[in-house]
Design a protein around this ligand. Structure first.
Ligand code: TYD
Ligand code: MG
Length: 455
């Protein structure tokens, strides 16, 4: 709705019934609707002063749509491009979530730096920090370029004006929770503010073909406060995760309208910002030759990319009436299932023990292919016998104790081979598994695995 003064260049049309008027009316004299008049520009009005009808919509063949290639521009940071599905799609709206202090602003500024070197015009809207703070961080990161414009503003109307004037290729909004729409009475960061502002950015992104990144802070329980409600609106959602104390950061795509999800990028935070980790598996596993009790290496498939990570388990006599079950990076319900299967199948008495399971490197496991390794780490700790050195465990544990197949076994084995592993325990299959340097042990069930590893 627009109340701006009517001029010869505009007319007003009732959104409800189509009644036309040279000036704005509160109530439509034709249909009686209130606040239904919208302003129509002259470009939409033909010589006779009539509304130009929009082209009729009609179906298009899929082939024709597919023939139009969606161009993307890479950021130049491989780990970011991988997560985005090959680069930034012009006009797309991307939400980047993460805990406060995890490195979102750092990452965005680094992306801005790389894009500006590729002659992209960038607008960095800082609604949270002052210009000096942004400048200080840029100095630290070595980002400086005349293609990067920084705007310290949280008023949505001002931001829109600036975007329209500058017409950048990419806009970064840091953060969506601190931007506010002056026409709304609710507080910045509230659901209605966040949604309304995001909708404005969406409109700008699509109408002006400007790729837009929105930063959203995450609450403790892992959901985006307020911005969670944006997940269905935006084109892509990526999260920056990691333990704050540890340097490792994982960039993860959870929604992507223009590519696959579950791709991850791995970074390390050091004094010069986020640095790409080119060989992540070796980051997540300790010394291969040390014999450690309660430690197993498992393989995860993150998107197209296999990652080897270490699982640590500790089984200790409990002093509590209800023994503790404590997990870091592993689903506690999945652990309960594994423990129940182990108890029933092996007869181990685990119910009086405190049990801790830890995935190293701050990773969170969301796939079941790590079950066998977690079970074996628990067995190793319970029996006080280390697992074979340079061994990797791949497989899902079924409720009957059977080891079930997982996808991408070839990729997972390839990564283990590359990193110098000697033995791989995998689900039973009659197919031949082509590997050169790896001894493959196919196990049908958890008993076979235990028998083979710790006797
Ligand atoms: P920041 O990007 O401000 O986090 P967010 O925007 O997600 O809240 O990064 C915060 C932390 O990163 C801060 O504690 C300092 C650290 N940091 C480095 O270790 N190295 C660096 O080069 C930079 C810029 C920040
Ligand atoms: Mg920040």
């Amino acid at each position: 709705m627009s109340r701006s003064k009517s001029s010869k260049r505009t007319k007003f049309v009732c959104n409800n019934c189509g009644y036309e008027s040279p000036k704005w009316l509160g109530k439509c004299p034709n249909c009686g609707a209130w606040n239904s008049f919208v302003e129509v520009r002259l470009t939409d009005i033909d010589d006779r002063g009539w509304l130009v009808k929009k082209d009729k919509t009609s179906p298009v063949t899929l082939g024709k749509i597919l023939a139009v290639k969606r161009e993307r521009f890479p950021t130049g940071i491989d780990e970011v491009d991988r997560v985005l599905g090959g680069g930034i799609v012009p006009g797309s709206l991307i939400l980047i979530g993460g805990d406060p202090g995890i490195g979102k602003s750092t990452l965005l500024l680094q992306i801005a730096g790389r894009l500006s070197e590729r002659d992209k015009k960038i607008l960095y809207v800082t609604a949270e920090e002052s210009l000096e703070q942004v400048a200080e961080r840029s100095r630290r990161l070595g980002v400086s370029n005349d293609n990067i414009y920084v705007l310290a503003e949280s008023d949505m109307k001002e931001i829109i004006n600036n975007i329209e004037d500058l017409d950048p290729d990419v806009v970064f909004v840091d953060s969506i929770q601190t931007v506010y729409h002056p026409e709304l009475t609710s507080a910045p960061g509230s659901v209605s503010q966040v949604r309304e502002c995001a909708a404005e950015f969406m409109r700008l992104a699509k109408s002006k073909n400007i790729a837009t990144f929105l930063v959203g802070h995450v609450t403790k329980d892992g959901s985006l406060a307020g911005p969670r409600t944006l997940e269905h609106m935006v084109d892509s959602v990526i999260y920056l995760e990691g333990e704050r104390q540890m340097g490792l950061r994982i960039l993860r795509s959870v929604k992507n309208r223009y590519g696959s999800t579950n791709e991850i990028g791995v970074f390390e935070m050091n004094e010069n910002g986020l640095v790409e980790v080119l060989n992540p598996s070796s980051h997540f596993i300790g010394s291969l030759d040390e014999k450690q009790i309660g430690v197993a290496v498992i393989s995860l498939l993150e998107g197209m990319r296999p990652l080897l990570v270490e699982v640590q388990a500790l089984v200790a006599p409990s002093t509590f009436s209800v023994p503790q079950r404590n997990t870091t990076g592993f689903d506690s319900r999945r652990l309960s299932m594994i423990l129940a299967v182990l108890e029933i199948i092996t007869g181990y008495s685990l119910r009086n023990s405190d049990i801790f399971v830890n995935i190293t490197g701050g990773l969170k496991i969301s796939e079941s292919g790590g079950d066998l390794g977690v079970a074996m780490a628990i067995v190793s700790s319970f029996r006080r016998i280390p697992l074979p050195p340079r061994a990797i465990f791949i497989g899902e544990l079924g409720l009957g104790g059977e080891i079930r197949r997982v996808n991408g076994i070839q990729k997972r084995l390839g990564e283990a081979e590359r990193l110098g592993f000697k033995t791989a325990y995998i689900p039973y299959t009659t197919e031949k598994v082509p590997v050169d340097k790896l001894k493959v042990v196919k196990v049908k069930n958890i008993e076979e695995a235990i028998q083979s590893c710790v006797g």
